[in-house]
Ligand binder design. Structure first.
Ligand code: S3P
Length: 444
């Protein structure tokens, strides 16, 4: 059932909070824990629907996965190559990351495995992973356009490949590297633009050999050596910088606010939004920088700021790909135009985010220009009108972005369905209201 929410303007936000664990790192921790020999202990795991589905899948593939009473997750893995054929279809829900990474993992195992997901996931492109995995020897049957539901017929004789990704995508890169684990020799992915490197960092932590070298012609070549001995590890999952973006932007927009967001991941391949906000004039301080499990984290202190429009280069897109919706909200309150380029991938996320943002902002009285892969937002330096009901298309980030907008716009903003927020940010409403937000159930 749809869950409409309304967000109204509020006074200064204050407080110190920790947003839920990083979604990308949580998926990977469960997958590598399920492959490693011995016990892995994961703390700070994101317990959102996307990640819980990956946990269920790792169980279905033969690993022991258990949530302890103290909230940590304990896994006993099966060893590289040791996954078992699941007895049923793997339902990935809304999760593109879960689906694509797992397709890679099972592609080099000699069994057949079926994947499905919700309406959004079933419409998303999968050839970007089935094409390279096919070159490694796996076979696929799918719906028209390579879409889910889809069956992977894994190979018992995987071949290592050197593959240049045609789109900047950490999911594609990770799917190939994960398939490369149970493949003899060396599997290499070349990416022209660097994407988040959580898979590479965590693989090394679990004991795999991963080389990262400059690629001929630009970019980087990432190589995994097959048949590593992965051993169980402790993983501490940082707070998700993509989730922290919502309270951070809310604090920037609501006059007089000052909030602290603790333990946020600041992997440089994830922080494009924060770099952009600083360029817009945001007061954000990064305190207590420290390294945990090869990932950098910091406490973010965010103070309300007057923002100005900026040009966001296309080259920054991979490091802030999930943050354009909330950046678009910040830009709507800024003075002057913000140009965002190289956004083609936004059209194939949980929804067509470019269209959803352009339509929603226009309905809230913001001047917006949209092309196939750019968005220009004309801010006036004054709060936009708001007052609209936004179609979220079961997209968590669209829902959270417009709820943040309602916290500072002239009139309240309603989202038609906030149910999807649980995929990545369980407790969003309570956390925002704890800081001083006014978000509650709406009658539609
Ligand atoms: C992710 C990679 C990105 C991102 C997604 C998580 C990952 O997708 O949008 O939310 O964990 O690897 P693409 O690889 O498709 O850009």
């Amino acid at each position: 059932m749809a869950k409409p929410l309304i967000s109204s303007s509020t006074t200064a936000l204050a407080g110190s909070v920790r947003v839920p664990g990083d979604k990308s790192i949580s998926h990977r921790a469960l997958m590598l824990g399920a492959l490693a020999v011995g016990e892995s202990l994961v703390t700070g795991l994101l317990e959102g629907d996307d990640v819980l589905r990956t946990a269920a899948c790792m169980r279905a593939l033969g690993a022991e996965v258990e949530r302890l009473p103290n909230g940590a997750w304990r896994l006993f893995g099966r060893g590289v190559g040791g996954l078992m054929e699941p007895a049923n279809i793997l339902d990935m829900g809304n999760s593109g990351t879960g689906a694509r990474l797992l397709m890679g993992l099972v592609a080099s195992h000699p069994f057949t495995c079926f994947f499905t997901g919700d309406g959004s996931l079933r419409s998303r492109p999968m050839r970007r992973v089935s094409d390279p995995l096919g070159r490694m020897g796996a076979r696929f049957v799918s719906r028209d356009g390579g879409r889910l539901p889809l069956g992977v017929i894994g190979t018992d004789r995987p071949t290592p490949i050197v593959y240049e990704t045609p789109v900047a995508s950490a999911q594609v890169k990770s799917a190939i590297l994960l398939a490369g684990l149970n493949t003899p020799g060396e599997t290499t992915v070349i990416e022209r633009e660097a994407t988040r490197d959580h898979t590479e960092l965590m693989l090394r932590n679990f004991g795999a050999t991963v080389r990262v070298e400059a690629a001929e012609g630009g970019g980087r070549a990432i190589t995994v050596v097959g048949f590593p001995e992965l051993t169980g590890r402790s993983v501490v999952v940082p707070a998700d910088p993509s989730s922290a973006a919502f309270p951070a932007v809310a604090a920037l927009l609501v006059e007089g606010s000052e909030i602290r967001l603790t333990g946020v991941g600041i992997n440089p391949l994830r922080t494009g939004l924060y770099q952009t906000l600083l360029e817009m004039g945001a007061a954000i301080a990064f305190e207590n920088k420290r390294e945990e499990n090869s990932e950098w984290v910091a406490d973010l202190v965010v103070r309300a700021s007057r923002l100005k429009g900026v040009d966001v280069p296309a080259s920054r897109a991979p490091s802030m790909i999930d943050e354009y919706p909330i950046l678009a909200i910040a830009a709507a309150f800024a003075e002057g135009a913000t140009h965002m380029r190289g956004l083609g991938e936004l059209r194939v996320k949980e929804s067509d985010r470019l269209a959803a943002m352009a339509r929603g902002l226009a309905a809230c009285g913001v001047a917006v220009e949209e092309t196939q892969d750019t968005l220009i937002i004309h801010g006036t330096g004054r709060p936009p009108a708001g007052g609209a009901t936004i179609a979220t298309h079961f997209d968590h980030r669209i829902a959270m972005s417009f709820l943040v907008m309602g916290m500072a716009s002239a009139r309240p903003v309603t989202v038609d369905d906030a149910e999807a927020i649980d995929t990545s940010f369980p407790g969003f409403e309570a956390l925002m209201n704890g800081l001083g937000g006014k978000i509650g159930a709406a009658d539609l």
